[in-house]
Design a binder for this molecule. Structure first.
Ligand code: HEM
Ligand SMILES: *[C@@H]1O[C@H](CO)[C@@H](O)[C@H](O)[C@H]1NC(C)=O
Ligand SMILES: *[C@@H]1O[C@H](CO)[C@@H](O)[C@H](O)[C@H]1NC(C)=O
Ligand SMILES: *[C@@H]1O[C@H](CO)[C@@H](O)[C@H](O)[C@H]1NC(C)=O
Ligand SMILES: *[C@@H]1O[C@H](CO)[C@@H](O)[C@H](O)[C@H]1NC(C)=O
Ligand SMILES: *[C@@H]1O[C@H](CO)[C@@H](O)[C@H](O)[C@H]1NC(C)=O
Ligand SMILES: *[C@@H]1O[C@H](CO)[C@@H](O)[C@H](O)[C@H]1NC(C)=O
Ligand SMILES: *[C@@H]1O[C@H](CO)[C@@H](O)[C@H](O)[C@H]1NC(C)=O
Ligand SMILES: *[C@@H]1O[C@H](CO)[C@@H](O)[C@H](O)[C@H]1NC(C)=O
Ligand SMILES: *[C@@H]1O[C@H](CO)[C@@H](O)[C@H](O)[C@H]1NC(C)=O
Length: 355
């Protein structure tokens, strides 16, 4: 308790300062993402992203898996801060994009650029690239799985992209159960989250160098169907070590639908990557995989929740870093002040190609 020695006014001032600090602390110390973050600053943000993603998906269904993986690879390296989108490393050296885990398999950067251009036209310098990517990944889930979830937003964009960090944090397709559990654990994602999120492989594609060589070894202990491996051998050139453009759908049954068939394929020895197969070989992981194979609703509920959790990894909030103007490059250092006006040319929607 304070004594009444000082003037009432000074006492009031102290109380106000303390109260102000207390009000500031929650946001300053543990800033949270918020659903509807752009309600007033850019009310159309999510609708604009959805329009661009929907149009790109209508032309090429690979856009959806491409965007979901892009969000995952963003979040696992320096948090969900759009660092994966940078094509230039301001500190010099190679970018995340240049990591073998990302190059040349990541795609649909152009869809993010188109979505960002749409929100910039409507509300300049307001919506971060990291949030555009999180919204676009959610829209991809909705388009392929008829599954919607609210995306908490307010992410800021980072100014660093470092190839080594991508190499160190992104998991390869030859990862064992132990490595998978450990890699997700480092991001505070549980064993169950890992099995749940691996279900993303119910859509999308993979390149021969991601599976062919290891699967030849899996033939020896019967962890891959010989007929499946024969099919894969037929579509890939014989030398599996080299990168080739040849790809196959990860889920051979329903490759464009976000469903639980991925988990049903695993016990049939039809898991494409060694890492997929691991989910049924380890006694800790297998019960999750079989529960999701048995109950699609269960998996979808958990998938939506795990995507939100993944989207929260090490996010930057408040006024740290920046709202990037061009998702491929950090803002020029002058752009934080109003003095530096940057010439941006955003392509019209019909100029944007997807790949
Ligand atoms: C558990 C560890 C994981 C490993 C080892 C892994 C590995 C891979 C590999 C090797 C590919 C194929 C890349 C290529 O050659 O084109 C791939 C594709 C894909 N991954 Fe994963 N992944 C994992 C987890 C995840 C998670 C957590 C997500 C999303 C939440 C995800 C989403 C996807 C999607 C959607 C594709 C298809 C991409 C496309 O069609 O462009 N993966 N993954
Ligand atoms: C934005 O509006 C939605 C719908 O009214 C509401 O649920 C959400 O809490 C709002 N978010 C913020 C940050 O204002
Ligand atoms: C990238 O990260 C690695 C590992 O943290 C570090 O040794 C290296 O100096 C970084 N490179 C740049 C250009 O910052
Ligand atoms: C599954 O793998 C983890 C990590 O390697 C290991 O600790 C655990 O003992 C394994 N569980 C079973 C039941 O094999
Ligand atoms: C995981 O949680 C711990 C404890 O809350 C925190 O210190 C750490 O930064 C978190 N790591 C990630 C990658 O979110
Ligand atoms: C089967 O073979 C692969 C490839 O040699 C090996 O890594 C794996 O440990 C073996 N056993 C199981 C249960 O996957
Ligand atoms: C792999 O892709 C190349 C280039 O598109 C194509 O020429 C070839 O026929 C494909 N299949 C095999 C088995 O090489
Ligand atoms: C499937 O999971 C849902 C969601 O957890 C649950 O409500 C439902 O009872 C489960 N269905 C069966 C057949 O177990
Ligand atoms: C964004 O930056 C990249 C790389 O410098 C450039 O090629 C592209 O034209 C820029 N986009 C816009 C809309 O200015
Ligand atoms: C449609 O998708 C194809 C690839 O499937 C791509 O080459 C083309 O540029 C896309 N067109 C538009 C308008 O996005």
């Amino acid at each position: 308790m304070r004594t009444r020695g000082g003037s009432g006014f000074a006492g009031l001032q102290v109380a106000c300062v303390v109260a102000a600090l207390c009000l500031l602390l929650p946001t300053g110390s543990r800033a949270q993402l918020q659903v509807g973050f752009y309600n007033t600053s850019c009310p159309n943000a999510e609708a604009l992203v959805r329009q661009v993603v929907t149009a790109a998906f209508a032309n090429n269904s690979g856009v959806a898996p491409g965007l979901i993986r892009l969000h995952f690879h963003d979040c696992f390296v320096r948090g969900c801060d759009a660092s994966v989108l940078l094509s230039v490393n301001p500190a010099g050296g190679k970018t995340e994009r240049e990591s073998p885990a990302n190059d040349p398999s990541l795609r649909v950067f152009d869809v993010i650029d188109a979505a960002k251009a749409a929100v910039e036209r409507s509300c300049p310098r307001t919506v971060s690239c990291a949030d555009v990517l999180a919204f676009a990944a959610r829209d991809s889930v909705t388009l392929t799985g008829n599954l919607f979830y609210d995306v908490p937003a307010g992410r800021r964009d980072g100014r660093v992209s470092n190839e080594t960090e991508a190499n160190d944090n992104l998991l390869g397709p030859d990862s064992t159960a132990e490595i998978l559990i450990d890699g997700f654990g480092k991001k505070n994602l549980s064993i169950e989250d890992m099995v749940v999120l691996s279900g993303s492989h119910t859509i999308g594609r993979s390149h021969c160098f991601s599976f062919l060589s290891t699967n030849r070894q899996r033939l020896a202990n019967g962890t891959i169907s010989p007929a499946y491996q024969a099919l894969l051998e037929a579509l890939c050139p014989p030398n599996p070590g080299q990168f080739t453009p040849n790809t196959t759908e990860i889920d051979v049954s329903t490759p464009t639908v976000l469903d639980n068939n991925y988990y049903k394929l695993l016990p049939l020895n039809l898991g494409l990557h060694f890492s997929d197969d691991q989910l049924i070989r380890n006694g800790t992981l297998a019960p999750f995989a079989s529960a999701f194979a048995a109950n699609e609703t269960l998996w979808k509920d958990k998938f939506a929740a795990a995507m939100i959790k993944m989207g929260n990894i090490e996010v930057k909030t408040g006024t740290t870093d920046e709202i990037r103007l061009n998702c491929s490059v950090v803002n020029p250092s002058s752009s934080s002040s109003t003095a530096g006006v940057i010439e941006m040319r955003f392509p019209a929607a019909d100029e944007v190609a997807t790949s």
